[in-house]
Design a binder for this molecule. Structure first.
Ligand code: FES
Length: 211
């Protein structure tokens, strides 16, 4: 019995040491994993950041290139609104209006229709020799207005609106809520008359372009 006590006492510290070693060994091992883990995470984030910056830089290079490709298409689309109508010499110098059919390519969601009549315009030389253009549609309900030589005004045959040569409403009881719709004109190559042809919503006092 006496021998058992010291042996127990010796064995206890030993077992404590052993368990302490085991614990210490385990602690060292976890610490090593932690030490290894941090550089791995750092490397991952560094790589991710590098890839992100690379992607941003690539986008920065691609977007201007795409805009360069798209821009001519957009400009072409914008240009197609202008239609060559005639030459300036064909317009009477005394300011009488002349009517022209507008023929242009048109498209809908699925089809393209080349050189199709899409409307009509009146052109006239104004006092300062520039060219004025009006859409020939009456703003009341889209009948074509008519000009008779020598009358000095436009008349709508449908409901008797009439308009002065500068496009203003002429008769006080005009059913048309606004004057004729003026259109943008460009003189190109010195004498070609180009008109930005547009239709506008009928029946409203405001001039609202239709797409
Ligand atoms: S459509 Fe011209 S007055 Fe009605």
């Amino acid at each position: 019995m006496e021998l058992e006590g010291p042996m127990k006492e010796e064995s206890n510290p030993t077992s404590n040491e052993a368990s302490g070693d085991a614990g210490g060994g385990g602690g060292f091992s976890e610490g090593a994993e932690t030490v290894r883990e941090h550089p791995t995470r750092r490397a991952f984030f560094k790589k991710a950041l590098t890839m992100l910056l690379g992607a941003v830089a690539a986008l920065g290079a691609i977007i201007p290139a795409v805009m360069v490709l798209i821009d001519p298409l957009r400009r072409r689309q914008k240009d197609t609104n202008f239609v060559r109508i005639t030459t300036r010499e064909t317009l009477p110098e005394n300011g009488e209006p002349r009517k022209f059919t507008v023929i242009k390519d048109s498209t809908d969601a699925w089809n393209r229709y080349p050189q199709k009549p899409v409307g009509a315009v009146y052109l006239r030389r104004s006092a300062d020799k520039s060219v004025e253009a009006f859409n020939a549609n009456c703003p009341h309900a889209n009948c074509f207005v008519a000009y008779r030589s020598g009358e000095n005004f436009y008349r709508c045959p449908c409901h008797n609106s009439s308009f002065t040569l500068d496009g203003s409403i002429r008769n006080a009881d005009s059913p048309s809520p606004r004057g004729l719709d003026s259109l943008e004109v460009e003189i190109r190559n010195q004498n070609e008359v180009w008109v930005k042809f547009q239709n506008f919503r009928a029946g409203t006092p405001k001039k609202i372009p239709l797409s």
